[in-house]
Design a protein around this ligand. Structure first.
Ligand code: T46
Length: 177
């Protein structure tokens, strides 16, 4: 498996092997012993399946006190996946990194605890499967607006559909006060 660093320390792109043949393909989606080399040393305790239609943007979300590491995979369609470094004291605090993830390439993005996460759906539908290193705790959730001017995330297209919560999210600085 290839492990490719991003400009945000600890946030890495993984390229697991995909074995294609005339039937289709086989791909291991997670193997603790191998993924620890990518810095995934905490147990991953929850799997999430998120289905969205074209133009949906989910994010930007984080958990304040029970920060979740997230291993993002796309089983169907294509997304633009974004991580924002919100680790206090990080040299890249407030910086973002985006990756195109799709069913067509064996690529996964690992966000260690301390990142906000969001994605924009580029295909007609997208199925995103992601593993987290902490359980979901609704009361611990924080969010900030997808188009915060200070962050200036370069989304490839404008979103068409957000949850009411995401559409009303505060700015980045306000959310992290
Ligand atoms: C995240 C989550 C949600 N839920 C319930 C709570 C709501 O009743 C419903 C939809 O939740 P929400 O609108 O927060 O889902 P997303 O907007 O996809 O939120 C996620 O979006 C970004 C991309 C993330 O990285 C996070 O995992 C998460 O914040 O599922 C659960 O029961 N467990 C969970 O882990």
């Amino acid at each position: 498996m290839n492990i490719i660093n991003t400009p945000l320390a600890g946030c890495v792109l993984l390229e697991p092997k995909r074995f294609s043949d005339k039937r289709g393909f086989f791909q291991e989606m997670f193997r603790a012993a191998d993924y620890s080399a990518a810095g995934i040393n905490t147990p991953l305790v929850q799997d999430n399946w998120s289905r969205s239609v074209k133009g949906v943007l989910r994010g930007m979300h984080f958990q304040r006190n029970h920060a979740q590491g997230k291993l993002i995979s796309v089983l169907r369609g294509e997304i633009f996946d974004v991580a924002v470094d919100i680790r206090p004291g990080s040299a890249t605090f407030g910086q973002w990194h985006g990756e195109y993830l799709s069913e067509h390439q064996p690529r996964q993005l690992w966000l260690p605890p301390g990142f906000a996460h969001g994605f924009l759906v580029l295909s007609d539908v997208a199925d995103v499967l992601y593993k987290t290193s902490q359980y979901y705790q609704a009361s611990d959730e924080g969010s900030f607006i997808w188009n915060d001017a200070d962050l200036a995330i370069a989304w490839p297209v404008m979103p068409k559909l957000l949850s009411d919560k995401d559409a009303a999210a505060p700015g980045f600085k306000q959310a992290l006060r």
